[in-house]
Design a protein around this ligand. Structure first.
Ligand code: CA2
Length: 149
């Protein structure tokens, strides 16, 4: 049976494609979801793709992943840099966690360089736009196939 991967997106990611293309690219979140679905199909992974502007809803989604998903890919948006509560929820998830950002957060303002999410993640991918989600699915697939890595 195909393993399930939750792909969780935080605040303002629903606005992608409308503003700030110089930072976040021209793709909408729908375009990114379509790309992720295509890759997941090729990797024989099932995906549950969600976006919320609410911290509690994202935490609930991580709780929901417990017992349902083998991995969580998370772009927590601005909550990346602030949310100890989301970090705690990810810490309570037993499977693989991969952090994704469209932009290279290390080349931006200093406050964006700190990521709470990173502390719960096996790895982080940033700076590759929507392609980062495809790279994250490849990483999840690899980690699930070879758990010792
Ligand atoms: O680069 C990323 O993926 C971010 O997670 C995007 C967040 C930002 O707060 C993080 O530091 C890095 C922002 C989400 C998208 O916000 C938009 C704002 C204006 C127009 C379109 C999207």
């Amino acid at each position: 049976m195909a393993a399930t991967v939750f792909i969780l997106n935080g605040p303002n990611l629903n606005l992608l494609g409308e503003r700030r293309p110089e930072i976040y690219g021209h793709e909408t979140l729908g375009d990114i979801e379509a790309r992720a679905r295509e890759r997941a199909l090729a990797l024989d992974l099932e995906i549950d793709f969600r976006q919320s502007n609410h911290e509690g809803a994202l935490i609930d989604a991580v709780h929901d992943a417990r017992g349902k998903a083998a991995a969580v890919i998370v772009n927590a948006g601005g909550l990346t840099h602030t949310s100890v509560a989301l970090l705690d929820a990810l810490d309570a998830f037993d499977g693989v966690v991969v952090e994704v950002h469209l932009s290279n957060i290390h080349r931006r303002a200093a406050f964006r360089r700190r990521s709470y999410v990173a502390q719960a993640a096996q790895g982080s991918i940033c700076g590759f736009g929507g392609h980062g989600y495809v790279l994250a699915l490849d990483a999840v697939h690899d980690l699930l196939e070879r758990p010792s890595r």
